[in-house]
Design a protein around this ligand. Structure first.
Ligand SMILES: [Zn+2]
Length: 137
């Protein structure tokens, strides 16, 4: 059965959560937060699957549902060109996708298995990550 971009079964839950953690639960494109803005979050393929993009973490980014559906399968360069401050966004994407996912996968597994100490630490770090990305503080 082909993978379905609109469903959630194409990626393991802990890998999806790990990428959300890596990305501080914020949309790479508009910066809205799944925590503070309660934006519905999705994973977006930087290189669209229609153009040969993979499901590797280096090709996946946290994006809000609005940005993901606005982009559809537009190539990354064309999509970035439509956004304000596209060079800052490209830098943010580079920073995220060059980050080793391994520790985030470990945290995601702990979260899924209900380790409350880890959950608290993740919430604090997600908030700190959001602040450093948005408030420069
Ligand atoms: Zn967005």
């Amino acid at each position: 059965m082909p993978n379905n971009n609109n469903g959630s079964k194409w990626i393991r839950p802990d890998k999806r959560l790990a990428i959300y953690l890596r990305d501080g639960f914020t949309c790479a494109y508009c910066g809205s937060s799944g925590v503070l803005d309660r934006a519905p979050l999705t994973l977006d393929h930087l290189q669209p699957r229609e153009l040969g993009g993979t499901n590797e973490a280096t090709n996946l980014i946290c994006a809000c549902r609005d940005c993901n559906s606005n982009r559809r399968s537009v190539g990354l360069d064309d999509w970035l060109a439509r956004l304000p401050d596209s060079s800052a966004i490209a830098q943010r994407i580079n920073t995220r996708t060059s980050t080793d996912l391994t520790p985030y996968r470990a945290k995601a597994k702990a979260l899924i298995h209900g380790n409350h100490f880890v959950v608290t630490d993740i919430r604090r770090r997600a908030d700190m990550s959001w602040r450093s990305e948005h408030l420069h503080a």
